[in-house]
Ligand binder design. Structure first.
Ligand code: 5AD
Ligand code: SF4
Length: 477
């Protein structure tokens, strides 16, 4: 297939941070594309973080606006889009595997359009590999230009070529794009895009660009509309939500936003992800003052050793981390705290790893995403010497998880015999006649019921059993 390279990724450009104001653009569909998908079907496969899930909801909105309908057979749609994740090697391996399957499908149906977007195409290596070895892919685009999807599809149909458009400078802020939300009671709400932290192991500042915040008016209006449409819960999204507003320079911060959103009438507000250095007193106060802000915080610590934290460029010490946790627990005594931890950062010693275990015990986490360090080409950590064997890294992960799992269990046990409020998601996979949902503290809870009309409602459940991964309870009348 011929290649049309409208823009190619560049890690060098992606690393740059210019001090210019990021424009907000209002989505507009060119009339030329309005019937492009008429009579055709689409499917989107989403990998990685909630940011990708939110992006896929926008792409679904754009595709439906131009006439596509969601395919009932995801692998056999007229257009199949893979929204990818580049955070770790194994995330990428999965995607190369799915692409292998799609190759066969495309052979059966040569008119099918296969697109790949999201974080992987932002990496030079990945895009080069797609161009060299994945000839059947029609569309390659990045994280900054999903609004151009109709034009890119049009080009691919008209030219029968592979169309590549991956922009590496920071994207604009897209407002008013159509969106098909996956759920009708819980919604993702982007408050900012990009990341300027440059933790040395992380590819995100390169794949998602400069930190840029949405105007507070646009966010508040989106949440007000969600409330009017019957939504009960929102999760505010950003790579580092605590940096919200810094780029706008108005002095309005994440804490201010929480106070304002509390006034909209939304019942539950969650947010992810927080950075320990930027988590400020006002945000903690808001967690105490605002009834709708849930008593759960995901605060990635990454390591419990100060030297490793320094090498990671995290810009805080374990002592500072624990002191913020203590302050927060003064303000929100029943807080559920979860975290992210990486083991096997280049040359992490046994002692440094043991420091992480000590911090896990001190912080009393009630859950964590734990990872083995994965080398990401182009990041500073990729060129750090590393003499720790793969086996050692796996052993550390296993040991760490034993401590983390104890925390999960303790986090559930503390609710035994209590009545908790559950926002019902739907039938549970935990057996016939069971429904499930999450509590305020983000604890997955199963209870006996067949009543589908409860989906999206808040119910009271008395907790009767606490397991490592969930709680079981009885519906209160
Ligand atoms: N290797 C392992 N884990 C990583 N994370 C980010 N980059 C890497 C990497 N190169 C983890 C961090 C982050 C979470 C989203 O993914 O813990 O908080
Ligand atoms: Fe990656 Fe650090 Fe930014 Fe999180 S804060 S996205 S870990 S660079």
């Amino acid at each position: 297939m011929k290649n049309i390279k409208l823009a190619m990724p560049s890690l060098k450009d992606a690393r740059m941070r210019k001090n210019k104001k990021i424009p907000t653009i209002r989505y507009h569909l060119d009339e030329k594309y309005q019937y492009l998908g008429k009579g055709k079907t689409y499917s989107i496969f989403t990998y990685g973080c909630q940011g990708n899930e939110a992006d896929s909801e926008v792409m679904a909105g754009i595709l439906e606006q131009i006439g596509y309908v969601k395919s009932l057979d995801a692998m056999n749609a007229d257009i199949v889009i893979l929204n990818t994740c580049a955070i770790r090697e194994n995330a990428e391996q999965r995607i190369w595997g799915v692409l292998g399957q799609l190759k066969g499908k495309k052979r059966e149906n040569p008119d099918m359009i296969v697109g790949i977007c999201g974080c992987m195409p932002q990496e030079e290596n990945a895009t080069n590999k797609i161009l060299e070895s994945y000839d059947f892919i029609d569309l390659v685009f990045g994280t900054h230009n999903k609004q151009n999807l109709p034009r890119l599809i049009y080009e691919a149909y008209m030219t029968k070529s592979k169309v590549v458009e991956v922009i590496s400078s920071e994207g604009e802020i897209l407002e008013e794009a159509p969106k098909i939300r996956e759920l009708h009671h819980k919604a993702w709400v982007n408050i900012m895009y990009g990341c300027d932290e440059f933790c040395t192991y992380c590819i995100v500042p390169y794949t998602r660009g400069k930190e840029r915040s949405r105007a507070k008016e646009d966010i508040i209006q989106e949440v007000e509309t969600l409330v009017e449409s019957g939504y009960s819960e929102i999760t505010l999204l950003g790579q580092n939500v605590n940096a919200y507003g810094k780029d706008l320079g108005s002095g309005y911060t994440f804490g201010d936003l929480l106070y304002d959103l509390d006034q909209t009438g939304i019942q539950r507000i969650r947010f992810t992800t927080s950075h320990p250095r930027d988590l400020d007193e006002k945000t903690m106060q808001a967690m105490h003052d605002c009834k709708s802000v849930m008593p759960h915080l995901h605060l990635p610590v990454q390591s419990g050793d100060n030297e490793i934290l320094k090498k990671m460029n995290r810009k805080y010490t374990c002592e500072e981390y624990l002191s913020k946790v203590r302050r927060l627990k003064e303000l929100v005594p029943d807080l559920a705290l979860t975290t992210d931890i990486i083991v096997g950062f280049p040359n992490e010693t046994e002692e440094q790893f043991q420091n992480t275990i000590k911090l896990v015990e001190a912080a009393e986490f009630e859950g964590a995403y734990t990872f083995i360090y994965s080398k990401r080409e182009g990041t500073p950590a990729a060129s750090m010497p590393d003499s720790i064997s793969e086996q050692e890294k796996h052993e550390r992960l296993t040991l760490l998880n034993q401590y983390i799992n104890k925390g999960y269990l303790a986090g559930h046990q503390r609710f035994l015999n209590q009545i908790v409020e559950v926002l019902v998601d739907g039938p549970s996979k935990n057996g016939e006649g069971m429904m499930c949902g999450y509590t305020k503290h983000l604890k997955l809870t199963h209870f006996k019921s067949n009543d589908l009309s409860l989906v999206g409602k808040m119910v009271k459940v008395k907790i009767t059993e606490a397991k490592t991964w969930f709680m079981i309870g009885e519906l209160c009348e």
